[in-house]
Design a protein around this ligand. Structure first.
Ligand SMILES: [Zn+2]
Length: 509
């Protein structure tokens, strides 16, 4: 891993703006855990009444002691390993002191590399869109509570506080400022979102489960931190806006002020934040109530062996083992629903056709089915999670694993043309019938009987004398005639038999 700073490629004449420098801090809730990071309250606080999911520990009552959730340490280690980080021999926790009403203890328990590497992971690197993105550290910490503001206007607002979320386990991922631009940023976030879902740590579709802050500067200039970004889509827009704003400042010879800015999603701009926070103001202290935790080599090895196949490993397997084209493998591997379906319906010979059917026809059908499916009552509350569930349900309504396997087998063995397979898939989705029923009813089988095809081939040759003449002298042009036979048989003619017949008839004629 190289981290030597200067790229040396900046324009020195002062006319072009310096290169943007972008880094990220991503907070990811460990939504799959049963309990909070330091107490037995539920980690899943969603849908509960205000302040129902609290206890003396997460409320910071005097005399209570935190008890570290071991599963959070294991899952955090897995994320760190997946990001290519070094795992320290032991980890420690720190108190980050600040006052805010959503923080019952007046400090947040988090991690820091103050006495050597004691965060759950660090110094990692991951390849995104052909460029390496460094991971400075991965740390475990607790989420604060939530502030809710009510009232008709800013003047008579009431602030309510709900501590149900206080103490929920988070993993914070801090990257190096390595991003080359918004595209790499977007691909990284997508990759990370797939990764934590694939590891079974986090359900990114839940509202607020993944949140990010961005640090943006122009090389050599002051750094601006953008906070309060609720979606990855907005994060990209905020970064694009902030780069443009800083470049405009630079072109007018104005210095960029080092500050925290908030993303105003309605106006689509970043605005200065009134809150001023500085690292040294947090008075970090070692959290003496939690002993140092040793992470031995055996634990790391056993966690490594339990880690599911990563999205990039899956993509690699699809390409090298089943000869699936890389673009198709990209689409297939990055979506758990479809890659699971692929692995379930895959046989030794149907893999390529199966991947083709899933990515070209099935995905569109499932999307259409999910869009028309009636919305469940809990949709509004569950947000993205409910939508995802709706899509997954729609997929199992559209086709069964067996149906998909039979369809791909038929195409792979040459018994059905791709075009007919598409029709059969639509029919199975519409009627819920089995593959056997649909293929016999629709007469979709591939015609490979020579005597059946001979008549069609002969009529095409007599209807296209010019093309036939050309094909006899230049066999490379015969595909035009194959296409005509396909047209006449509505795509059901076996291409190889058709080609053989055409060649034979042309050489005889
Ligand atoms: Zn609690």
């Amino acid at each position: 891993m190289s981290r030597d700073g200067g790229s040396g490629s900046g324009g020195a004449d002062g006319t072009a703006a310096p290169r943007p420098v972008i880094g990220l801090e991503i907070h990811c809730q460990m939504t799959s855990l049963k309990s909070k990071l330091f107490c037995p309250c539920r980690a899943d606080y969603r849908g509960m009444g205000p302040n129902e999911n609290v206890c003396p520990v997460c409320m910071g009552m005097p005399g209570t002691l935190p008890r570290l959730n071991a599963e959070a340490v294991r899952k955090g280690t897995m994320i760190a390993m997946a990001l290519g980080c070094a795992i320290p021999e032991r980890i420690s926790f720190f108190r980050k002191n600040y006052f805010y009403p959503d923080l019952p203890k007046n400090f947040q328990i988090t991690q820091l590399d103050m006495y050597g590497d004691t965060c759950i992971g660090g110094r990692g690197s991951i390849l995104v869109d052909g460029g390496a993105v460094g991971i400075r550290r991965v740390q475990l910490e607790e989420d604060p509570g939530r502030m809710i503001y009510e009232g008709a206007s800013a003047r008579n607002r009431i602030s309510l506080v709900d501590y149900n979320r206080a103490g929920t386990p988070l993993v914070e991922i801090v990257t190096e400022p390595d991003f080359e631009g918004p595209r790499q940023l977007r691909l990284f976030l997508q990759m990370l979102s797939d990764m934590v879902e694939n590891l079974g740590v986090c359900n990114p579709a839940l509202e607020g489960a993944m949140r990010a802050d961005a640090n943006v500067s122009l090389e050599g200039g002051n750094r601006v931190e953008i906070k309060n970004i609720s979606s990855f889509h907005d994060l990209e827009k905020a970064v694009v806006f902030e780069i443009a704003r800083q470049e405009a400042q630079h072109s007018r010879d104005l210095e960029v002020v080092q500050e925290t800015r908030h993303w105003d999603a309605a106006r689509k701009i970043t605005i200065p934040s009134r809150l001023k926070e500085e690292e040294k103001g947090y008075r970090y202290l070692l959290e003496a109530d939690i002993p140092w935790v040793r992470i031995d080599a055996e634990t790391v090895e056993s966690l490594r062996s339990r880690m599911p196949e990563s999205v990039s490993e899956k993509r690699e397997r699809f390409v090298s083992l089943y000869m699936i084209p890389p673009q198709v493998a990209d689409v297939l591997s990055s979506d758990k629903l479809y890659s699971d379906l692929f692995d379930a319906a895959r046989t030794d010979r149907n893999a390529r056709e199966l991947a083709n059917i899933i990515t070209t026809d099935l995905m569109g059908l499932v999307m259409a089915a999910a869009a028309t499916a009636p919305a469940a009552d809990r949709d509004a509350a569950d947000g993205g999670d409910a939508q995802k569930k709706k899509r997954d349900d729609a997929a199992s309504d559209v086709i069964s694993v067996d149906g998909l396997r039979e369809l791909a087998d038929a195409v792979a063995s040459g018994n059905m043309a791709r075009n007919s397979a598409k029709q059969a898939l639509h029919e199975m989705a519409k009627t819920g019938k089995s593959f056997a029923e649909v293929s016999s009813e629709m007469d979709l089988g591939l015609v490979s009987d020579e005597s059946e095809l001979l008549g069609v081939v002969q009529s095409v040759i007599s209807e296209e004398p010019q093309a036939a003449k050309q094909a006899s002298s230049n066999p490379n042009t015969v595909n035009y005639l194959v296409g005509k036979v396909m047209q006449k048989t509505r795509g059901k003619a076996d291409p190889q038999v058709t080609l053989d017949l055409l060649k034979r008839c042309l050489s005889e004629g």
